[in-house]
Design a protein around this ligand. Structure first.
Ligand SMILES: Cc1cc2nc3c(=O)[nH]c(=O)nc-3n(C[C@H](O)[C@H](O)[C@H](O)COP(=O)(O)OP(=O)(O)OC[C@H]3O[C@@H](n4cnc5c(N)ncnc54)[C@H](O)[C@@H]3O)c2cc1C
Length: 398
């Protein structure tokens, strides 16, 4: 029987992790052009993270009266950079997909792609455990399969099967290829753990295949296989990229796009309440100082608990939806240390390294240790990305 996945189901999967990807933004222009009186339709976007920036940029570019409220002093949310002691650090975006993927489509549509520059990461990942040390090459799915088969020769068939299916998902999604059995439909009901178990047994190998699950905030036994296949498949096929010279450039470019299209951005402005009129229609947003921003629609790109418990008046969320949301658990956490080194480390050439002393890293992933000090460490060495990138202007004294 032919299996297909509906666009709706696919979008439902994507919405789990990305507010921008949840909407087909690249298809926004046509319906937006058909809407009359857009300047009479003020929209307030809360939060200038990437989701809020993209939303406000699209609205402004298509003639809506868009206002973006951000509590911080600069745009970006997590997609931001900061300076300390002569070093510039990136808060989050060490590797993402950009060229040949949805970000390029969105940023081109917004007219800012040409202003941005990206660097490809030199490898997909180096993984070091007490049992093995393997480097998965970038933009080279065959090389990844070969390297893993060298370390896990007894699992060669499963390795080729797993990555072959991942590549099929990317071919269906981006190249529009159709197969008798849609891989997207097959993976949609599975968890990552179930999908890996259909191909391989070795826990060390499962650790490698599922190495990116932490990025998506869930353990392999809770993470949707299709979501993992799309996000990781893009890295596998297209390679990880980094916005040069800093990811702040991406956020600044989006903010520039909003302002160039007559959208307004208010920094140092924390949204306090979303106002509803007597018909329970949105009428505005107040900030913490009591200033009101008129709105006929609000996009809240802040946390859902903040939206439900503080920004919206009581009683407007349907109780069954509220119950559903309250069942959600906090996702995985990480502890980040930003280190500025006072000398180069030429003996290490890699950019992204996963390091663990555990003899059972996959078991730890499924039931993590209570002591975070025993968790695996992800290391990103920015010096190794492209020449000159993080060299401090003023090196700290030794
Ligand atoms: C450590 C780390 C590493 C990561 N690495 C990568 C990576 O390499 N590649 C990748 O693709 N992704 C990475 N991510 C994920 C990526 O950074 C995030 O998914 C993305 O930046 C989130 O954007 P957002 O707009 O959804 O939310 P946020 O960035 O959280 O933005 C929300 C914004 O809303 C503002 N806000 C909240 N409440 C209010 C209010 N009441 N009023 C006004 N403003 C408000 C906040 O100040 C913030 O600016 C990483 C994330 C982390 C934490």
């Amino acid at each position: 029987m032919k299996q297909t996945v509906s666009r709706r189901d696919f979008m439902k999967t994507l919405v789990m992790a990305s507010s921008a990807a949840a909407i087909d933004w690249a298809g926004f222009g046509k319906p937006a052009r058909a809407i009359p009186g857009k300047t009479e339709f003020p929209v307030v976007v809360i939060g200038a993270g990437l989701g809020g920036l993209v939303s406000a940029a699209y609205l402004a570019r298509h003639g809506f009266d868009a206002t973006l409220l951000e509590q911080h002093a600069i745009p970006g949310g997590y997609a931001t950079s900061f300076d300390r002691g002569g070093f510039t650090f990136d808060v989050s975006l060490h590797a993402t997909v950009a060229e040949h993927a949805m970000p390029q489509a969105i940023l081109s549509d917004l007219g800012i792609w040409d202003r941005l520059r990206t660097a490809y990461t030199p490898e997909l990942r180096r993984i070091i455990t007490p049992e093995f040390d393997v480097t998965l090459p970038a933009k080279n799915p065959e090389g990844v399969k070969k390297e893993l088969s060298r370390v896990f020769p007894h699992e060669t068939k499963g390795i080729y099967g797993f990555y072959g299916e991942m590549e099929q998902v990317i071919a269906e999604l981006w190249e529009g290829k159709r197969f008798d059995t849609s891989m997207m439909a097959r993976l949609e009901p599975l968890t990552l753990e179930q999908w890996m178990s259909r191909h391989v047994k070795d826990p060390g190998l499962k650790y490698c295949l599922g190495i990116f699950s932490g990025y998506y905030g869930l353990r392999p036994e809770s993470l949707n296989a299709l979501f993992y296949a799309v996000a990781t498949g893009e890295y596998l096929v297209h390679g990880g990229q980094y916005y040069k010279a800093r990811s702040q450039d991406l956020s600044n470019a989006l903010a520039g796009c909003i302002e160039a299209n007559h959208g307004k951005i208010y920094y140092h402005t924390e949204a306090g309440q979303i106002l509803l009129d007597q018909n329970r229609h949105v009428s505005g947003v107040t900030d913490k100082t009591g200033r009101t921003f008129p709105a006929r629609a609000v996009i809240a790109n802040c946390s859902i608990p903040a939206l439900f418990n503080h920004l919206l008046p009581g009683g407007v969320i349907p109780p069954e939806f509220d119950r559903e949301v309250k069942k959600r658990q906090v996702s995985l956490s990480s502890f980040i240390v930003f280190l500025g080194l006072n000398k180069p480390v030429p003996q290490v050439r890699d950019y992204e390294i996963e390091l663990t002393e555990s003899h059972d890293p996959y078991g730890d992933l499924l039931s993590p240790k209570a002591d975070p000090a025993e968790s695996p460490i992800g290391i990103t060495i920015y010096d190794n990305l492209f020449k000159g990138i993080p060299l401090p202007e003023k090196p700290p004294s030794p």
